[in-house]
Design a binder for this molecule. Structure first.
Ligand code: DC
Length: 241
């Protein structure tokens, strides 16, 4: 298997920005598995499936045709040919996704799809169970965390513009559901490296993950932190100008 970087952690820890940035710097593909659970949820809601009824959700889990792009510069996701990149970020979907993601039949279907996309590797994959379930043999496993306040602040800036306290309460509810469910809960793999992003800039976190990836491909004798930082500066700096 060529390089697979598994990136797990709670919502708002910075997984998407970091995973996309690392993929761009290293020329890898990118897979947002959360978007797949959201797309499944969007479809269930559109079909009028009662999302709090696990049996009803399980009975329809095989139906929607999901296609997930892997370009970190333009990640797209379609359901039955409809681009749902925007609609999967609404409050309605965010409120329902943890219930849908807790259904075993949904997880089995999406984990199989995720493994197909991962294929021979060359990819950064973000989610909640990548290092533990989807790609337990991934050579690089990161568990991203940040303080609850920092995570809520980032999320409310990014999406809703809602009060930080309301966002923090909603995130705590979702993280509680995601980490206590029976099927593949949010968990740090025993061999994952924890990176606390609370007081780091985005580029600092990207550089740290790039350094780990380079170390792993060079058998532990890879680029120094300084080299990883200049690689990030060169690649992302150019894109931003
Ligand atoms: O990362 P996100 O907020 O877009 O994820 C949406 C939901 O999907 C999240 O509440 C938990 C669930 N999820 C999951 O159960 N397993 C994954 N690998 C990714 C996301």
């Amino acid at each position: 298997m060529t390089l697979v970087i598994a990136m797990d952690g709670p919502s708002g820890a910075g997984k998407s920005s970091v995973a996309k940035g690392v993929a761009r710097v290293l020329g890898l593909r990118y897979l947002d598995t959360g978007a797949m659970y959201r797309a499944m949820t969007w479809w269930m809601l559109r079909e009028g499936v009662p999302v709090d009824d696990p049996d009803a959700v399980a009975a329809r889990a095989g139906e929607p045709e999901l296609v997930c792009g892997t370009d970190p510069a333009a990640p797209a996701i379609t359901v039955g040919g409809i681009d749902v990149s925007g609609p999967i970020r609404t409050q309605e979907v965010t409120g329902a996704v943890s219930a849908v993601a807790a259904v075993q039949a949904v997880r089995e279907r999406l984990v199989a799809l995720q493994r197909q996309v991962i294929g021979d590797g060359g990819i950064v994959v973000e989610g909640r169970d990548i290092g533990t379930v989807v790609a337990p043999d991934a050579p690089v496993k990161i568990y991203l965390t940040a303080s609850a306040e920092a995570r809520a602040q980032r999320r409310s800036r990014e999406f809703t513009g809602a009060a930080v306290s309301a966002t923090q309460a909603d995130m705590a509810r979702r993280d509680g559901l995601d980490s206590t469910r029976k099927a593949d809960p949010l968990a740090q793999a025993a061999d994952a490296v924890e990176v606390d992003t609370t007081s780091l800039t985005l580029d600092e976190v990207i550089a740290e993950v790039v350094r780990m990836a380079n170390d792993s491909t060079a058998g532990g004798a890879g680029n120094s932190a300084q080299q990883a930082r200049s690689l990030v500066g060169e690649q992302l700096g150019e894109e931003r100008t």
